[in-house]
Design a protein around this ligand. Structure first.
Ligand SMILES: C[S@@+](CC[C@H](N)C(=O)[O-])C[C@H]1O[C@@H](n2cnc3c(N)ncnc32)[C@H](O)[C@@H]1O
Length: 336
């Protein structure tokens, strides 16, 4: 028997258990405590108010997973990887760990096989409604979702703003821009550019507060609305980050068509997504693609698939720019 291959497979099969162990540590505040000082299981259990033997077993598992390191004196510290579970880490994954393990996502993945059989989102069968309507009615889960989006956007924002020249635009409308993290980073890096964030009403409210806090309100408006109905008109750039991947082709085309109709002459549609490489698939974008299938009914796409979507709304892909955060920036313009 090929033992290493069998062991590797066993590890992959147990992936969700590792995921839950990491999420439990985050929920209990273990990383934040270990960042203050090396702690033994006894110390930590008293401090966190948890049962010591259960905690020791969690810490041992996280050490085996290289999230923690242990010393001979029985104390634990964060490994290099574990440091990214701190909320203040520049590329924090604490919020993503919370989202992936949250019961509403967890219940959805329980329906995964059915999703493959039917080719449709498991979210509706698990929750009786689509993801966006669900989040609108469940503010606690929505807060977990939005925090994970914003945390990723925070560190990705700098690499997106650095990789692409946004300074040539007069006004950028960020469609489905979440809490405004990416748009704020772009406006901070480009002091002459104005912005408008377009979002569902509750999130738009949070974004307005975010821009106020950063002193950007004079250069950045917030418009609540539904991108299947209409989007703000006459900007020279429409930015769509992690929006098209939420939707199947027919819906993604509707969103692009609204942007195309609204675009000022000479303007650009700027899509920020993984451009999946079918010949050389990597795990993170492939798992994101499955997440889209299960949770939103959307998909990750190849460069060619984006070209085909854009052609449907009379646009063509001009260029694809790489970033150092795995995402690609796809710039498109109307066909003259
Ligand atoms: C995956 S999130 C991406 C957020 C943000 N662009 C980012 O990258 O962090 C998709 C966003 O689309 C918004 N959205 C979903 N349906 C919408 C609709 N019909 N109209 C406007 N925004 C919508 C959601 O509220 C959510 O913030």
């Amino acid at each position: 028997m090929n033992q290493p291959a069998n062991e590797r497979l066993r590890g992959l099969i147990a992936g969700y258990q590792v995921s839950q162990a990491i999420a439990a540590a985050v929920a209990l505040g273990v990383p934040e405590q270990l960042a203050l000082a090396a702690r033994t299981a006894n110390d930590l259990a008293v401090h966190l108010g948890v049962e010591v033997n259960a905690l020791r077993r969690l810490l041992r598992t996280l050490t085996a997973a290289d999230v923690l390191h242990s010393s001979k004196d029985g104390s634990y510290v964060l490994s290099e990887m574990g440091q990214d579970l701190l909320e203040r880490a520049p590329r924090t994954l604490a919020h993503r760990a919370r989202l992936i393990s949250s019961p509403f996502i967890w219940r959805t993945w329980a329906e995964f096989t059915d999703s493959i059989v039917s080719g449709t989102s498991a979210f509706e069968s698990a929750h009786g409604t689509d993801c966006w309507a669900y989040l609108g009615k469940n503010p606690t889960d929505a807060a977990v979702f939005n925090a994970a989006m914003s945390a990723d956007s925070r560190w990705m924002a700098d690499s997106i703003a650095a990789a692409y020249d946004f300074s040539r635009f007069t006004e950028i409308v960020d469609i489905g821009g979440g809490e405004g993290t990416l748009l704020a980073a772009i406006l901070q890096a480009n002091p002459l550019v104005r912005g408008t964030l377009f979002e569902q009403p509750d999130i738009a409210q949070d974004a307005a507060t975010h821009f106020d806090n950063l002193g950007l309100s004079s250069r950045c408006g917030v418009v609540p609305g539904n991108f299947f109905v209409s989007v703000p008109k006459d900007a020279d750039a429409y930015l769509l980050k992690w929006v098209l991947h939420d939707w199947p082709d027919a819906k993604a085309i509707e969103i692009l068509a609204k942007c195309r109709e609204a675009l000022a002459p000479g303007g650009r549609i700027v899509i920020v997504e993984h451009a999946i490489d079918n010949d050389n698939p990597t795990l993170a974008p492939s798992l994101m693609d499955l997440t889209m299938m299960v949770v939103t009914g959307g998909r990750e796409r190849t460069r060619k698939e984006y070209e085909d979507l854009l052609a449907q709304v009379g646009c063509r892909l001009l260029k694809v720019v790489s970033t150092d955060c795995q995402l690609n920036i796809l710039e498109a313009a109307p066909i003259a």
